[in-house]
Design a protein around this ligand. Structure first.
Ligand code: C2O
Ligand code: CU
Ligand code: CU
Length: 460
């Protein structure tokens, strides 16, 4: 892939906005508010080569946090590649965030997919501390679709990738950040786009089982997905496929950075429209978001023979269990004075260039059980790089969180992003099998990452 980050006019909800977008240098600008999808096969010998150019302006403009707006880099969220290949680390401690300057500087990334689980869904976005939220809000985020490889159980089902991203446009551009409170709260837009469009139609045929692979690439918005009560089954999560479809469910919560793979059976007698909704949810205090229609599923009148769900999806995928003998590091998340903290320390670059942050060391070869405690009145989507985990427990939160917890504590789901409910906690077990180097963990409300809710992780 040849990809450039640039400023370009895109259409958002019928209006033109000057956004920051990734464009495929091999194709003309298409004016859509969605990045090219990178597609890849998992397995030995499979790689993604990404020739990246930063075509943003080469100016010293600063954002509200005092960080430069236009240097950037690329992080592959959910790809099981080494910290060095992710090119944020493997560098001296005072340079953990590689900078690619605007005005045409470039870098070629080369990701080895030998150890990637089939059917995982990843994303790519900037990761330069202090400007991540702003660049992503402006449009720099895209999907990486890792195919199922030799898993054929899902082949018969027509699949649709849905990229969910909200934004507010004002004065012909994504609205700038103007207050520190936007960083504390996390920014939500007044329109929600799905693959760059507002409430698009999705045509399905009565009788089919439609596969929906959904990414939440929003800065801070949670989606409590519902198809107006129509049942669906979960077959995959962030890092790969489940052993088999879950029992039918009618809603599912998704935080920023999370991905799900669903099968939705439409009966031969189903007709009309179903709206894919984000139901009200209070991620912060008691203030529930308003309901939003994400897209409209339109069932074509012609029918096909009814498709059945597969009995198995990725049958070798099993659950990990708790083990009191394993190391149990604990991370406490808190907020205050305009900053985010992990174990009381806010991530910051000091005047001499060195980094101060919460730090954790792990030995490659070990399993660890991490406990993350939320000492604030706001949900935080915890995200760790490189290694996936299986959730052992989630406590706190409302009935939507209870349903979320029931799913991820029973299915063999591989997760890199996990909701830690307000005043609640979660534990998850992580096998650390390969890939040494230095990387990070942080809250995936990107504004919180930028104000310091991030720590450094040394894989030894
Ligand atoms: Cu999607 Cu460290 O991030
Ligand atoms: Cu990541
Ligand atoms: Cu957070």
């Amino acid at each position: 892939y040849r990809l450039e980050a640039c400023q370009a006019p895109v259409a958002i909800d019928g209006a033109s906005a000057n956004a920051m977008v990734y464009r495929d240098l091999g194709a003309p600008l298409d004016g859509r508010f969605v990045a090219p999808v990178l597609r890849a096969e998992p397995g030995p010998g499979q790689r993604i080569r990404l020739e990246f150019t930063n075509g943003l302006p080469a100016d010293p403009a600063l954002n509200l946090l005092g960080h430069e707006r236009h240097p950037t880099n690329v992080h592959v969220h959910g790809l099981h590649v080494s910290p060095g290949a992710d090119a944020m680390t493997g560098l001296p401690a005072d340079d953990v965030h590689l900078r690619i300057e605007g005005g045409g500087q470039g870098l070629t990334y080369d990701y080895d997919l030998a150890m990637q689980r089939p059917g995982s869904i990843a994303l790519y976005h900037p990761h330069l501390h202090g400007s991540v939220a702003e660049q992503m809000w402006n449009g720099l985020v895209g999907a990486i679709d890792v195919s199922d490889g030799e898993i054929t159980a899902l082949d018969p089902y027509p699949a649709t990738l849905l990229v969910l991203k909200d934004v507010t446009v004002s004065n012909g551009a994504p609205a700038p950040y103007t207050m520190l409170s936007e960083y504390m709260r996390g920014r939500e837009g007044n329109v929600v786009t799905v693959n760059g469009q507002v409430n698009p139609y999705l045509a399905v045929t009565a009788g089919e089982v439609r596969r929906l692979r959904i990414l939440n690439v929003s800065n801070a918005r949670f989606y409590r997905l519902s198809l107006q009560g129509h049942p669906f089954h979960v077959v995959g999560a962030d890092g790969g496929l489940l052993d088999r479809p879950t029992a039918a469910r009618s809603e599912l919560l998704m935080a920023p950075g999370e991905r799900v793979d669903l099968l939705v059976p439409f009966g031969t007698a189903d007709k009309g429209d179903y709206k894919l909704l984000a139901l009200p949810y209070a991620r912060h205090g008691n203030m529930a978001s308003a309901q939003v229609t994400l897209l409209t599923v339109r069932i074509a009148s012609r029918t096909r023979a009814a498709q059945a769900l597969p009995a198995a999806v990725a049958p070798g995928t099993t659950r990990l269990s708790d083990d009191p003998a394993l190391a149990r590091p604990r991370f406490a998340l808190s907020m205050g004075q305009g900053r985010g903290y992990i174990n009381g320390i806010t991530f910051e670059q000091l005047a001499d260039g060195s980094i101060r942050s919460c730090e954790h060391h792990s030995m490659v070869g070990d399993d660890e059980i991490w406990e993350v405690v939320n000492e604030s009145g706001m949900d935080h989507p915890w995200h760790q790089h490189v290694n996936d985990a299986q959730v052992l427990s989630i406590s706190g939160g409302d009935a939507s969180i209870a349903r979320y917890a029931a799913l991820y504590t029973s299915a063999p789901a591989w997760k890199d992003t996990i909701i830690i409910p307000k005043w609640g906690s979660a534990t998850f077990r992580m096998p650390i099998r390969d890939h040494g180097g230095m990387t990070m963990f942080h809250c995936h409300i990107l504004e919180h990452e930028d104000i310091g809710m991030m720590g450094m992780w040394h894989l030894m």
